[in-house]
Design a protein around this ligand. Structure first.
Ligand SMILES: O=C(O)c1ccccc1NCC(=O)[C@H](O)[C@H](O)COP(=O)(O)O
Length: 207
């Protein structure tokens, strides 16, 4: 099971995520309480091994800005969390994680329009376009077809519900932000617990 820990803001959290076995760490460049500067993200990216993929999260950002930040920070993936079109995703020219807010079966029908590397299924927006700590109705994902191996489940996950979520949705990866925080700050123990729980079944997984 791949694990993405999003909203990393400190070197301590970045190093810990990598040491505990996270596969992706996310830097949020969009409007958010977790927004990071380009300079800070570049510094954190520099302390993370190449095996841990650096993801830049953007919401309806322009192409030139995304490309410039990706180059400056050394991003491996671009996560698009807004209303980006299939053509826009292709034009970025880097591996793409496209986020979808799931309220209904119709939201899942849109996935097949996109040629991207991963589909991140998240909850409907709250104050921000992501990172709101709410789950969505996982049973809707029974309507997914033909995208096996590309779904990353997000939204309100934490160490105590991630195994149930994996069993119901069968994603290739899981993503977390709020669920590994205490009082809005990344909590090292919660990060360890989340990665451990998420990867528990890996010997039986289809990876
Ligand atoms: O994390 C944010 O603050 C954020 C803000 C705006 C757009 C996207 C954002 N996060 C993207 C993520 O990948 C989060 O991990 C995902 O939405 C799940 O968050 P959570 O429910 O808090 O675990």
């Amino acid at each position: 099971m791949k694990v993405k820990i999003c909203g990393i803001l400190t070197e301590e959290a970045a190093r810990h995520a990598a040491n505990e076995g996270a596969d992706f760490i996310g830097f949020v460049f969009a409007e958010s309480k977790r927004k990071i500067s380009v300079e800070k993200a570049k510094a954190l990216a520099g302390v993370i091994p190449d095996s841990v993929k650096k993801v830049g999260v953007f919401v309806n950002e322009d192409l030139a800005t995304i490309k410039a930040i990706a180059r400056e920070v050394g991003l491996d993936y671009i996560q698009l969390h807004g209303d980006e079109t299939p053509d826009f995703c292709t034009e970025v020219g880097l591996p793409i994680i496209k986020a979808f807010q799931i309220r209904s079966k119709e939201d899942l029908d849109r996935l097949s329009d996109y040629q991207v590397d991963y589909f991140l299924l998240d909850s409907p927006a709250g104050k921000y376009r992501g990172g709101n700590g709410e789950t969505f109705d996982w049973s809707l994902t029974k309507h997914l077809s033909d995208i096996d191996g590309k779904v990353i489940l997000a939204g309100g996950l934490h160490a105590k519900n991630v195994q149930t979520a994996i069993a119901e949705v069968n994603p290739i990866g899981v993503d977390v932000s709020s669920g590994v925080e205490t009082d809005g700050v990344k909590d090292l123990e919660k990060m360890t617990a989340f990665v451990t729980e998420a990867k528990k079944g890996d010997t039986n997984a289809k990876l």
